[in-house]
Design a protein around this ligand. Structure first.
Ligand SMILES: [Zn+2]
Ligand SMILES: [Zn+2]
Length: 384
């Protein structure tokens, strides 16, 4: 669609709605007309196809509040009489927009012609290039075991493509502004093929940006983009596991032309801990106990990850490998509660026994000589 079309075409007439129609009315009318003139319902009828195209075009502009306002403004300024050579019947159109845009004498002295007026006008929203969402960004972070358990705010240094600061992303040298690409009239795309289902390709003249920069910014060479390094404080939630990938919404690369930023994906590596392990929300620890402790029972002290030691009751006759549970001393869950600390007892055997301990052990052996610890084993083996 050219600028001339934009001003010449009466989209209200095309849809058959009053100029003050509400968006809902426009939508309703459009739906009705679109059904009626849809190419699928009118196979081979080129008139219906053209009509469908006009309807779609009109709807595109009038259903978009911003574009509709722009359109109304353009028409009230240049369309409804002002540009029509004074004719009251609307037939006296006699200006060549092409000349105006090219800065011919008809457009006024030098560069400040009516083309600039249009450039500014459409730049404000009428045919603005589409916003583009920023790219997703991947990064990695290594957390200590404790940070992963409790959650941590860590600084992430990110390099990304952001808007050039010198030109604020426009790509134009200071004091100049980019102009709307005349080939695609700011759309960034050009249509290929005919009819309502024409394909669109990125515009070659402006490389899909919809704008042309005559004097490029020296810092970004007109791209409007710059590699920027930024350090972000990122909150890693409690309970994150090694190799887990976390998505942080809208923390990725910035969008273009008002588009949404992309997301940031952080792959987390968690260091191991010399004492504690992790099983889901629970922490694990192995605690040595002596044979008398295991046999007679007692109270044992167990270290916790981030707090004072806890005392646990070890029942008399505890077998090697028995697991005790210290409630609420595990990893923080998403809801703020904590898992448990699973304490596995490991009965230790002294490497060397001397003196009173040796005498006592020898007495113990004599006292238990009639108890064969393997009796059950042999019974079971024979029975099988
Ligand atoms: Zn273009
Ligand atoms: Zn720049």
């Amino acid at each position: 669609m050219s600028t001339k079309d934009y001003v010449e075409k009466d989209y209200y007439k095309v849809l058959g709605v009053p100029k003050d129609a509400t968006t809902a009315e426009i939508k309703k009318t459009y739906r009705k007309l679109a059904r009626e003139f849809h190419p699928d319902a009118n196979k081979g009828d080129t008139k219906a196809e053209d009509r469908f195209k006009d309807i779609s075009e009109a709807y595109d502009v009038l259903s978009d509040d911003k574009r509709r306002k722009e359109y109304d403004e353009a028409r009230s300024l240049f369309g409804a009489g002002g540009m029509r050579g004074g004719g009251t019947n609307g037939a006296g159109y006699n200006f060549d927009f092409g000349d105006l845009f090219n800065g011919s004498p008809a457009g006024g002295a030098g560069s400040g012609g009516i083309g600039d007026v249009f450039g500014g006008l459409f730049n404000r929203g009428g045919r603005q290039p589409q916003p583009r969402r920023g790219a997703d960004v991947e990064t990695e972070v290594t957390l200590s075991f404790e940070e992963a358990v409790d959650g941590a705010t860590v600084p992430l240094r990110m390099t990304s493509q952001a808007a050039c600061r010198t030109c604020a992303g426009t790509g134009a040298k200071a004091g100049t502004t980019p102009r709307v690409c005349p080939t695609c009239v700011g759309a960034g795309t050009v249509s290929r093929g005919q009819g309502a289902f024409a394909l669109s390709d990125p515009c070659r003249d402006c490389k899909g940006r919809g704008m042309i920069v005559d004097d490029p910014c020296t810092d970004c060479h007109g791209s409007g983009r710059a590699t920027s390094a930024r350090t972000m404080q990122v909150r890693i939630p409690a309970g994150v596991q090694d190799a887990q990938r976390i998505r942080l919404k809208a923390k990725g690369a910035q969008g273009e032309r008002g588009g949404q930023p992309g997301d940031l994906y952080v792959t987390v590596h968690v260091d191991t801990h010399p004492v504690f392990g992790r099983k889901g929300d629970n922490l694990t620890v192995t605690v040595p106990v002596s044979f008398p402790e295991a046999a007679l029972g007692g109270t044992i002290e167990v270290p916790t990850l981030n707090g004072p030691a806890v005392k646990l009751r070890l029942p008399a006759g505890s077998a090697n490998g028995l697991t005790l549970r210290a409630r609420g001393k595990g990893a923080t869950r998403k809801d703020g509660t904590r898992g448990d600390l699973l304490v596995t007892v490991e009965v230790t055997v002294p490497q060397e026994t001397t003196g009173e301990a040796l005498t006592a052990l020898e007495q113990y052996r004599e006292a238990t000589a009639s108890q064969d610890p393997r009796a059950d084993l042999f019974r079971a083996a024979e029975g099988a």
